[in-house]
Write a protein that binds this ligand. Structure first.
Ligand code: PMP
Ligand code: GLU
Length: 403
């Protein structure tokens, strides 16, 4: 029963789901605190430390006095570096006033939702989706409309499906590519088809979350905003957390039409102000420096992907997708759901499956329903090859004991 104190909370927060990714890593930490040897593959966080040259940039920035408030939309040095990066890597022509730097890409997405959504407005969410999209959309009063694809479609939605989900209330479409949680990558051709649908609706924008841009194992990264007619319709979100292993630095950014950028800066100006000054300076230097360390991390992720796919394919009942980017695998485990198994075990759904795997096999993964895909689980392979091998050994042994 809710306590009196809880009853005083707003319906806004009472109705909000806790982040499932953060919740699973909290449960893993708690179990570890009880003395269990728990492997956490639940959090999307590179296990690599931030490259040394970027740490050196931050130390230098501190010594040079980057310790004050910055302009709300970003330190000019960083906005300029982002303009250069967008041109260099994405063929996107943004100007400085179209850039807003935030405390992580999560805040960028929050700013966008707060800036664009009135109560009742709809957002087409390509599903499986990153867990916080739906929570933030709802927080802003919007209604997420899930447009889903399963493992048989490589978890990618096509243009016709998207079109069927759009109406005059749809403010924007949101997706990530490379995708969290599936690792799927939309090709330029697929994005082109999606862009044609967006251009059919004069009010419609697209939020393209490209935070895994640098962790792409096959196709060149394609940005929907660079396609014909799309620049004014696209908000391109990116950040430093994944490609530069800078999760704790809290640095993300967007390129957006000026009217959106201005509104996002206005919100941020009342809520958090500009992002951390020396993180921003180091981020600017990191974007313009040699990207070799970023590419090395990608190579390590690519090796782990091979290893993990091979190991997971050996678990009877697991249907494994073949991700092309990010550092997640999203197996379909529906084979195990709704069946009476040994020892009185009966998984009602993927959430129970993930909780049992945590409690019995001591491996933390995230249930697919948090990403709009019940029947799947997300495994993050931002962990060493030894850790991944041991994690799969445990899951396999536990599941074998149930059949
Ligand atoms: N978008 C996606 C798809 C993510 O996986 C993450 C990871 N947390 C974010 C946005 C937020 O990133 P940041 O840490 O920069 O807030
Ligand atoms: N994006 C990461 C994940 O999906 C980090 C956790 C979070 O910010 O929710 O696990």
């Amino acid at each position: 029963m809710a306590t009196t104190t809880e009853n005083k909370l707003s319906s806004r927060v009472n109705n909000m789901a806790e982040s499932a990714t953060l919740l699973m890593s909290k449960l893993a930490r708690e179990l570890r605190g009880e003395g269990h040897d728990v492997i956490s593959l639940s959090l999307g966080e590179p296990d690599f430390d931030t490259p040394d040259h970027i740490k050196a940039f931050a130390k230098k920035a501190l010594d040079e006095g980057y310790t004050k408030y910055t302009p709300v939309p970003g330190l000019p040095e960083l906005s300029e570096a982002i303009v250069t990066k967008f041109k260099r890597d994405n063929n996107l022509d943004y100007s400085m006033d179209e850039i807003v730097v935030s405390n992580g890409a999560k805040q960028s997405i929050f700013n966008i939702c707060m800036a664009l959504l009135d109560p009742g407005d709809e957002v087409a969410v390509l599903t499986p989706f990153w867990v916080s999209y739906s929570a933030i959309i709802k927080l802003a009063g919007g209604i997420p409309v899930y447009v889903s694809a399963g493992i048989e479609d490589d978890f990618k939605v096509d243009a016709a499906q998207l079109k069927a989900a759009i109406n005059e209330k749809t403010k924007f479409v949101i997706f990530s590519s490379p995708c969290n949680p599936t690792g799927s990558v939309y090709t330029k051709e697929e994005l082109s088809e999606i862009s044609k649908v967006i251009l059919e609706f004069p009010q419609l924008l697209v939020v393209s979350d490209e935070i895994y841009e640098f962790i792409n194992f096959t196709e060149a990264h394609a940005s929907i905003g660079a396609l014909p007619g799309m620049k004014e319709r696209t908000i391109t979100v990116n950040g430093f957390a994944k490609g530069f292993a800078m999760t704790g630095w809290r640095l993300g950014y967007m390129g957006a039409p000026v009217w959106v950028a201005k509104a996002c800066a206005k919100i941020q100006g009342q809520v958090t102000s500009g992002a951390n000054a020396f993180s921003q300076k180091a981020g600017a230097d990191a974007l313009l420096a040699d990207l070799a360390p970023t590419h090395q991390m990608k190579e390590a992720f690519a090796k782990r992907r091979e290893l993990l796919i091979g190991l997971l394919n050996e678990i009877p009942g697991f249907k494994v997708n073949f991700p092309k980017g990010a550092f997640y695998i999203f197996p379909d485990i529906s084979h195990f759901i709704g069946k009476d198994l040994n020892n009185g075990v009966h998984f009602k759904n993927d959430v129970e499956f993930a909780l049992h795997i945590l409690r019995q096999a001591h491996v933390a993964v995230v249930a697919g329903s948090a990403f709009g895909a019940p029947g799947c689980i997300r495994i993050s392979y931002a962990a060493s090859e030894e850790t991944l091998t041991e994690a799969v050994r445990r899951i396999k042994a536990y599941l074998a004991s149930l059949v």
